[in-house]
Design a protein around this ligand. Structure first.
Ligand SMILES: [Fe+2]
Length: 134
């Protein structure tokens, strides 16, 4: 096995772990926005979630480029849309507009879950197919 293939395999395992962390953070967000009065931790969770997603998406995009992934542009477009959604929730929270937070948190949880199950799964399959060929 080549060292680049080792790198890809390790990256794939690490990416799965990162997806689980994203989902755990999103589910913590969904719980926190439902507390009454709204929990002070909402802002902290959102801040950590945005930073984590930014770093995770960036590393995933780098891995796609390193492997000349054929759906790179489309996948990156999804990441941009998801970051926009998180930004919308953050500004709603920061402006004290908490009425729709629970709905928005549920929606982004669902969208990121779908992204992992479709786009990320496709990339993971692409990587696995590439590794079999090595
Ligand atoms: Fe992704």
């Amino acid at each position: 096995m080549s060292s680049f293939s080792d790198f890809n395999q390790q990256s794939d395992v690490r990416t799965d772990g990162e997806h689980q962390i994203q989902l755990d953070m999103l589910s913590a967000l969904c719980r926190a926005v439902r507390k009454s009065p709204p929990s002070a931790e909402v802002g902290e969770i959102l801040e950590r979630l945005v930073a984590y997603c930014e770093a995770h998406f960036m590393s995933e995009e780098l891995l796609m480029r390193l492997n000349s992934y054929d759906s790179y542009e489309e996948h990156v477009g999804e990441h941009i849309g998801l970051m926009d959604d998180l930004e919308r929730i953050t500004s709603a929270h920061n402006s004290g507009n908490s009425g729709l937070l629970a709905e928005q948190a549920d929606s982004v949880f669902k969208l990121i879950g779908q992204h992992i199950g479709t786009h990320d799964k496709r990339f993971s399959d692409f990587m696995a197919a590439g590794m079999q060929g090595k």
